[in-house]
Design a protein around this ligand. Structure first.
Ligand code: URA
Length: 198
């Protein structure tokens, strides 16, 4: 039996392997009218345990980049392409992505963010419905149609990429700062320089 309120899935059994591997469904978090909506790939071990997206090492990188751009995690919405942890952290299959797509589309339509930021190759390709060379395209803004709505999508490398390739860190932090600039959040500078103004 599926139960979905337009933002959160309470019950779903569409993907048998994910039903077996998950300990819970991990829904998006953050304001229902957030200007910035981050979309990751799917929950990992920490997310599955805690029931919240991006709470492991990748989440710390995301939080740091947001903080440097002058924004708190609580001010943005964070969700994933699939809401259940794939076994052994494998990529979600095309079928699993398709099974969960309606939930993601509804969430985007309900939140109506100024910008959707895709974190990594999987969400970028999934939302743009084309292949993406994420290292080359990170920082690009693509205007996409989701149903009736036109949506601005900003492509980003995955925060985990910064953990094994230091050069990706700058790209990631710059993209997050760009996302914050596009929304006018963050007061136009990082927290430090704002403090320095006083
Ligand atoms: N990586 C993702 O893509 N999503 C999460 O929620 C955590 C790590």
């Amino acid at each position: 039996m599926e139960q979905f309120d337009g933002l959160c899935v309470q019950d779903c059994e569409r993907c048998p392997e994910l039903v077996d591997s998950r300990s819970r469904i991990v829904n998006g978090v953050g304001p229902e009218d957030a200007d910035l909506l981050f979309v990751g790939e799917g929950p990992g071990k920490n997310e599955d345990e805690q029931g919240e997206p991006f709470v492991g090492r990748s989440g710390t990188v995301l939080d740091d980049a947001l903080s440097e751009a002058g924004v708190l995690r609580e001010e943005v919405r964070i969700t994933n392409c699939v809401r259940c942890r794939p076994p052994e952290n494998r990529d979600p299959t095309k079928e699993e992505l398709a099974n969960c797509r309606g939930y993601l589309d509804s969430e985007i339509a309900a939140v109506e963010p100024v910008v959707v930021v895709t974190l990594g190759k999987v969400p970028s390709e999934h939302l743009l419905e084309r292949s993406v060379g994420i290292t080359g395209e990170a920082g690009d803004i693509v205007e996409t149609r989701f149903g009736e709505r036109s949506q601005r999508v900003l492509l980003s490398v995955h925060p985990a990429a910064t953990l094994y390739d230091r050069s990706q860190r700058e790209t990631f932090f710059e993209t997050i700062a760009e996302a914050v600039d596009l929304t006018g959040l963050g007061g136009g500078g990082n927290g430090q320089s704002r403090l320095g103004d006083y």
